[in-house]
Structures are given as structure tokens and as C-alpha cells.
Design a protein around this ligand. Structure first.
Ligand code: XIL
Length: 504
């Protein structure tokens, strides 16, 4: 059966690699069932709503480029006809622009395609012809010129011309290839989560999500609310889930479980957390206050996620990257300074005490293949295991084709697996220096080796997560570390990962 699946996957791959331009229905916006893949382009302030008469309404803008935008898989060299209607009700006249944001190798650039003056209350047409340049990603959007705060609406956006097809129906799916082993997932950031077209593609490939940044303490700790509470109680903690909401909403809608990342970390944690009154200029709090804040934070995050999204988050990274790089001991951090050497153990105790039933608790770290860090990680895991507070270890696996080399990775994996913990590959990506065939093949080889290793430990592995989907949106975009390029074309590494699922 497995061999048959493998052959089907290979046959399907031959049909889809590389993605090609082909006839596809022209696009006409339809907002009857939601925003239709359109999302607010801004730093988070703007939002989109569908109006009663079926237009898309943008509010909360503070810059001209804050705009309704949508990804279109345009094909370089093809010509397109674009048209959209816009209306605003605040100014006698407003200059409106239809624009394209295109990117290549992670660098975004822009072109204005059509201009029009929209008189108050009048539907006004923006129309343009556009020949797509040699870019990997195209976002079409409607912006203003000199009216950064203007609310406006758009409707009847049409695009005529041949678009690239992702051929999603034929593209083999990672989650299906690995279905008999473990969930195959990806990190998802806010900007990705608000793009429904993109998310639908992710849902076709992956069956577990983890937030790239949005459940880290700097997204979750509500510092102004904590400052107010501290006047009465220095140990009180307030949290919110605003940044993670688009991803959690989508995951809940589609029934896709989520791995939580991360409760306790030395990075992306507000300095205010550690200070009296939550005021960074005031002294550090005592060990006792910080222990109480730690417990209250962990409890509050579990309460918020479980109340708003019951059962959705199936596991959590409780502590991230606590072990030092050059010594087999804990790294220096605010947590260690304020609480002391036992902060990791205490965090796991609190997590065990407050975690919803069945939620698995992980310690997560990088550079596991290197000594003396590896020994530090093993020692820490043993301590937590003895206390019964940890369920698993997450190997981040941010690797490069030149180092640490597969044999060191395998050795580390076997050593930690021998502890008997649950395992996950939590943040897989493999950087390469350029996009030459040799580099892409070397990348594919390492991805394939790592996945075969995971498959050979399938009984112990609870999931593999890549740290992003398309190279252009990776945290290491300049080194092309992921399975798809910016145009969603599967790379050789994608093929290698599928092939690794076919082994006996
Ligand atoms: C990274 C994110 O991908 C970036 O967007 C952010 O700027 C920094 O953090 N180890 C981790 C992840 O556990 O949380 C990190 O994510 C990558 C390294």
C-alpha cells in the first residue's frame, strides 16, 4: 500500500513540477461569503468588512498604502486587464490608485497602475492594463494619494488574463503523504493568516499549525493592563490573543490542531515583565513576585486559549532555548537572574498544574546536534522527566547544508529519543547560499534525510513542522530555506520530503 502511494505521489509530481501558466477562469470578486482572499495591508491597524450591499469596506487606515489587497498568481510576461469600483463618503474628492506590490527573492517593489478622482458618494472606476514583470509574487491593491485616514469601499474587482495555477488538486499533499506517521505542519504568521487564499493552500498541505510569533510573550502579555493591575497586586498578569486570532480562527474553522509556541523564552518577552509595577525603569521584582507572575502568566494563557478556542491547542512549548550555546548549563537571561536556576523546573510545574487535560508539554531548543549544548539539554530533560512535568522534546532543526551535517543530527536525535520522551521536529528549515541546482539538491537531500529519520521514529514523533512555507516569507528569506519558492512552486526539497514518506 505504501509503495503504491509512493508511486502515485511520484506520478503526480511529474505532472506538477514546475508550476506552469495555463488557462484559468478570470477573476471577479465576490464578497457574498466573506472577504474572498482580500486582506487589509497595514501594520495591523486597518480592517476589512463586507458591507450589506456586497462591497469591501476598509477602516482604521493611517497611511496611504493601507489598503484592501489580494495575492494573484500572475505569470511573468502575461498581460492583464484590471478593473475595480471605489467609493468614499468623507471628502469632496479623493485621489485613488490601483497598484501592484511585487516581490522577488524577498524584495518588494511597487507600481501604480491606474489613478482616478473619486467624488464623494460616487462609485468611480479604476481600470488598467498590466504586463506582469519577472516577479514571484503579486499583490493587487487599492490605495489613496494624500488621504491616509480615509475609509473607503471597493467592489466588482475583475481581472482578465492567464494566471498561474497552483494546480492544487494535483499537487501531492505533505499531510496525506505522512498521514500514517504523524501530523505534518507549518509555522504561520499574522500576515499569512489574514490571507485566505494562502491559508487555503496551507490547509491543503498541512494538518497542524503553530504561530510563528503570535503566541510569544511580546504578543500575549498585555503590559498596559498589567501596569494597572500592579497598583493593587504586583503578581497579577493580564493577557490577550489579538495577534494570534486570525490563525486560531482559521484553524478552528477548518478543524486543524495547533501547537502553542511559546510560554517562557529569553527573547520576544517584554522587559516590563520583570520589573516592579511592570515599569522597565523601576527595579527588578523579587524571586517570589516573579514566580507568582510566571504561574499567573501560564495559567492566564491556558485559560484564554481554552475559553476562546476549547481543545484547539494540543501541545505547548513551555520553555524555549534555555540551555546555553557554549556550556552545558542554562543561558543567562532575565528569567535566570530574577528567579534563579530553577525557573525552567518551576515553569514546567506550573504548566502541568494549569494545562488543560491531555495537552502535551514540550521543552524546545536549537543546535541540539552540537556539544556541549546537547549534554546540557539531556541533563535538563532528565530533571524534568524525573519530576514528571515534561512530555516531549522539540528539535528546532534550523540547519544549513554546510553544517552540522546529517550524522551529527542523527546522533543527537537517537540520544534524545533514548530518554523515552515524545519528540517533534518543531521548526525545520535548511538554508542554502544560492538557488543553484547543486544547492537546491543538497537542501533536498538534507530535508529527505531528516524526514526519513523522523519516519523511522514514527511511534515516538508527534509531529514535524516546517518553519514557514514560501521562501519569501521565511525569517531567513535570503537563504531560501523552505519547501516552496515565492510563487508557490514546489522545490526539489518538497519532492525529497514526499519521497521520504515512501520508505518502508
Ligand atoms: C523567529 C520568527 O520566525 C521571526 O519572525 C522573529 O523575528 C524571530 O523569531 N527559534 C524559535 C522561533 O523558537 O520562535 C524563532 O522564530 C526562530 C528561532
Amino acid at each position: 500500500m505504501r509503495i503504491l502511494c509512493f508511486m502515485l505521489i511520484c506520478a503526480a509530481l511529474m505532472n506538477v513540477l514546475p508550476a506552469s501558466a495555463e488557462d484559468k477562469a478570470d477573476y471577479a470578486s465576490d464578497f457574498s461569503a466573506g472577504t474572498d482572499g482580500w486582506y487589509p495591508r497595514s501594520m495591523g491597524g486597518a480592517s476589512l468588512d463586507v458591507t450589506e450591499d456586497g462591497a469591501l469596506w476598509i477602516t482604521g487606515r493611517s497611511a496611504d498604502w493601507h489598503s484592501p489587497g489580494r495575492d494573484f498568481p500572475l505569470a511573468a510576461g502575461e498581460s492583464y486587464r484590471l478593473r475595480v469600483l471605489v467609493r468614499q463618503n468623507e471628502l469632496n474628492e479623493a485621489r485613488m490608485v490601483l497598484s501592484v506590490a511585487h516581490s522577488k527573492a524577498g524584495v518588494e517593489s511597487y507600481e501604480n497602475l491606474a489613478f482616478a478622482s473619486a467624488k464623494r458618494g460616487e462609485w468611480t472606476e479604476l481600470a488598467a492594463s498590466y504586463v506582469a514583470g519577472a516577479f514571484e509574487r503579486f499583490v493587487l491593491y487599492v490605495e489613496t494619494l494624500g488621504a491616509p485616514k480615509l475609509d473607503f469601499e471597493i467592489k466588482e474587482f475583475t481581472l482578465e488574463g492567464k494566471t498561474l495555477s497552483l494546480n492544487q488538486a494535483d499537487l501531492p499533499s505533505l499531510k496525506e503523504a505522512y498521514a500514517s506517521y504523524f501530523p505534518f505542519g507549518t509555522a504561520v504568521t499574522y500576515m499569512e493568516a489574514i490571507n485566505r487564499t494562502r491559508m487555503d493552500f496551507y490547509a491543503s498541505q498541512f494538518n497542524i499549525f503553530t504561530p510563528g510569533n503570535e503566541l510569544k510573550p511580546d504578543s500575549v502579555l498585555d503590559v498596559p493592563a498589567c501596569q494597572k493591575l500592579a497598583a493593587e497586586d504586583e503578581t497579577a498578569v493580564a493577557v490577550h490573543l489579538f495577534a494570534a486570532k486570525p490563525m486560531l480562527d482559521y484553524a478552528r474553522e477548518k478543524g486543524i490542531p495547533v501547537h502553542g509556541h511559546v510560554l517562557v523564552w529569553h527573547n520576544q518577552t517584554p522587559e516590563a515583565f520583570f520589573h516592579e509595577g511592570y515599569q522597565p525603569a523601576r527595579p527588578l521584582v523579587s524571586r517570589e513576585v516573579m514566580l507568582a507572575r510566571l504561574e499567573n502568566y501560564i495559567k492566564a494563557v491556558f485559560e484564554a486559549t481554552e475559553t476562546q478556542y476549547p481543545g484547539l491547542i494540543v501541545s505547548w512549548d513551555v520553555v524555549n532555548e534555555a540551555v546555553d550555546d557554549g556550556r552545558p548549563t542554562l543561558r543567562d537571561s532575565r528569567w535566570k537572574t530574577v528567579i534563579g536556576e530553577d525557573y525552567v523546573e518551576r515553569a514546567f510545574e506550573f504548566a502541568r498544574k494549569h494545562a488543560p487535560e491531555g495537552v502535551k508539554l514540550y521543552y524546545n531548543d536549537y543546535n541540539t546536534a552540537y556539544e556541549p549544548k546537547q549534554t546540557g539539554i539531556v541533563d535538563l530533560l532528565k530533571k524534568l522527566q524525573a519530576a514528571g512535568t515534561v512530555d516531549g522534546y522539540g528539535f528546532q532543526m534550523h540547519h544549513d547544508i554546510s553544517q552540522p551535517g546529517y550524522s551529527a543530527i542523527e546522533k543527537a536525535f537517537r540520544r534524545i529519543a533514548a530518554l523515552g520522551l515524545r519528540l517533534r521536529i518543531s521548526e525545520l528549515d535548511v538554508t542554502i547560499p544560492d538557488q543553484s541546482e547543486a544547492s537546491l539538491e543538497a537542501q533536498a537531500k538534507l530535508y529527505g534525510q531528516v524526514m526519513k529519520l523522523a519516519v523511522s521514529f514514527a511511534d515516538q514523533v508527534e509531529g514535524v513542522q516546517v518553519w514557514g512555507v514560501t521562501d519569501d516569507l521565511s525569517w531567513r528569506a535570503k537563504q531560501f530555506p523552505l519547501l516552496f519558492d515565492a510563487a508557490f512552486t514546489p522545490k526539489p526539497a518538497f519532492r525529497a520530503v514526499l519521497e521520504a514518506a515512501g520508505q518502508e
